[in-house]
Design a protein. Sequence first.
Length: 190
Amino acid sequence: MLVQQYEDLINYLKVNGAHLNTVRPEYLLSLSDYNKFLKMNPKEENMKPKTLERVWPYLAMESWLTVFYQVLKIYYLNRVTPKSFKNLPGLPPAETGVEPNMTKSNVYSVPETILLKWLTFHYCKVNPMHPKVVTNFDADLQDGLVFAALIRSHYGNAQALADLKASVQYEEQVMFNAKRILEAVHEIGL
């Protein structure tokens, strides 16, 4: 059964270091398959059908995104090491060091702190009059300005980034910047 395959996948990822405590195998099913699962397992918690239809897309999307992020974290992010960071082209040697505070975080792993430092370097390189330290992958990246700085630092000025909103306060401005970032990514052929 599909639920068993998802459970095996989750267990395999957990054994390899993934943090998937909020993901249950049945949350990875489609809504119709989840309804079948509930009929076969009446002991499982059951939401009212209208609530389930409204909540399910968000629950399933969050579960799949969590699985995807954890796969990236355990299989790809572990390739980011202090040694590989020192060998990155375009970074001055003074910027490639790993400070002691980067290894002592109880929130971020060493590869994640290296990525934050890399993001900070490129943002400050492109915006020397408005330097900013990127300290998280949520709020600091939400306005799209760090992504724009990465594109400008590595590619140059993409036409799509010409009218980016520098001060973002509303959801519409966040979406405007996000659309411009996507256009720039397409423009440069990524």
